[in-house]
Design a protein around this ligand. Structure first.
Ligand SMILES: [Zn+2]
Length: 236
C-alpha cells in the first residue's frame, strides 16, 4: 500500500507541476497578445495621422489651384480695364478685382495654416517613427524570450506527460480510478499530505485515531472534511 500511495503522490506532483506550466503558458499567450495590441494601437494612431496629413495635402492643392484660377481671372479683368468705356463699368470691374484679391488673400492664409499643420504632423510622425522602431525592437526581443520560454515549458510538459503515463501504469487500475474521481471532484488536487495532524488540502484537523492509522500507511484514507486522499508526512 505504501508504494501505491507513493506513486499517487508522485502522480499528484506531476499533475501539479503540469498545471503550473499550463498556467505559465497561458500567461505567456496573454503577454504576447498585449504586445501585439500595443504595436497595433501604435500603427493605428500613426495611420490616423498619415490620413490627416494626406487630407491637408489635398486641401492645399485645391487652395493652390483656386488661387491660380483667381490670378488668371485678375489678369483678364485688368486687361479689360483698358477697354472699358463708362465710369460705372470701370468702378464695378475695379470692385470685382478687389473682391477677388481679398478672396485670394484669404485662401493664401488658409494655405499657410495648412502648411503649418502639415509641418506639425510631419514632426509628430518622425518622432513616432523613431518611437516605433524602439518599440518594435523591444517587442521582438520580448517575443524571442517568450518563444524560448514557450519551448522550454512545452518540452517540460511533454516530459511530465511521459512521467504521468509511467507512474499511472504502476498504480492499481481501481486506485487510479478513485484518484481521478477525487481529483475531478476536488478541483484538480486529489492527494494531499497531513502534517501535524492537519490536512494540507483544507487545513482542518484529522481525528486522532485516523491520524494514528494514517502513519501506518496500510490503507487508503480520505480527509473527512475535503474528501481528498491523504497521506502522512513527517513534520520535518
Ligand atoms: Zn482536507
Amino acid at each position: 500500500m505504501k508504494e501505491q500511495i507513493d506513486n499517487l503522490v508522485k502522480l499528484q506532483g506531476i499533475e501539479t507541476e503540469s498545471n503550473e506550466i499550463r498556467s505559465i503558458l497561458s500567461n505567456i499567450t496573454q503577454r504576447l497578445d498585449s504586445l501585439s495590441c500595443r504595436l497595433n494601437e501604435f500603427e493605428q494612431t500613426t495611420k490616423d495621422e498619415e490620413l490627416r496629413l494626406n487630407d491637408l495635402k489635398k486641401s492645399y492643392v485645391l487652395y493652390k489651384s483656386d488661387v491660380e484660377m483667381n490670378i488668371s481671372r485678375l489678369k483678364k479683368s485688368q486687361e479689360r480695364l483698358a477697354s472699358i468705356k463708362t465710369n460705372k463699368e470701370y468702378q464695378s470691374l475695379l470692385k470685382e478685382i478687389e473682391d477677388v484679391k481679398t478672396i485670394n488673400s484669404q485662401i493664401e492664409d488658409q494655405m499657410l495654416e495648412c502648411l503649418e499643420q502639415m509641418d506639425d504632423i510631419e514632426r509628430v510622425l518622425a518622432d513616432r517613427n523613431n518611437e516605433y522602431e524602439k518599440l518594435s525592437e523591444q517587442v521582438n526581443k520580448e517575443k524571442q524570450t517568450i518563444d524560448q520560454e514557450t519551448e522550454k515549458n512545452n518540452k517540460r510538459l511533454a516530459e511530465l506527460d511521459t512521467e504521468w503515463k509511467k507512474f499511472s501504469g504502476k498504480i492499481d487500475p481501481q486506485l487510479l480510478k478513485t484518484y481521478l474521481m477525487v481529483r475531478d471532484k476536488a478541483g484538480g488536487i486529489a492527494v494531499v499530505p497531513v502534517k501535524d495532524a492537519v490536512c494540507r488540502g483544507c487545513n482542518i484537523n484529522i481525528p486522532p485515531q485516523m491520524y494514528n492509522d494514517l502513519q501506518r500507511c496500510d490503507s487508503l484514507k480520505f480527509c473527512p472534511s475535503c474528501q481528498r486522499i491523504i497521506y502522512w508526512k513527517d513534520t520535518n
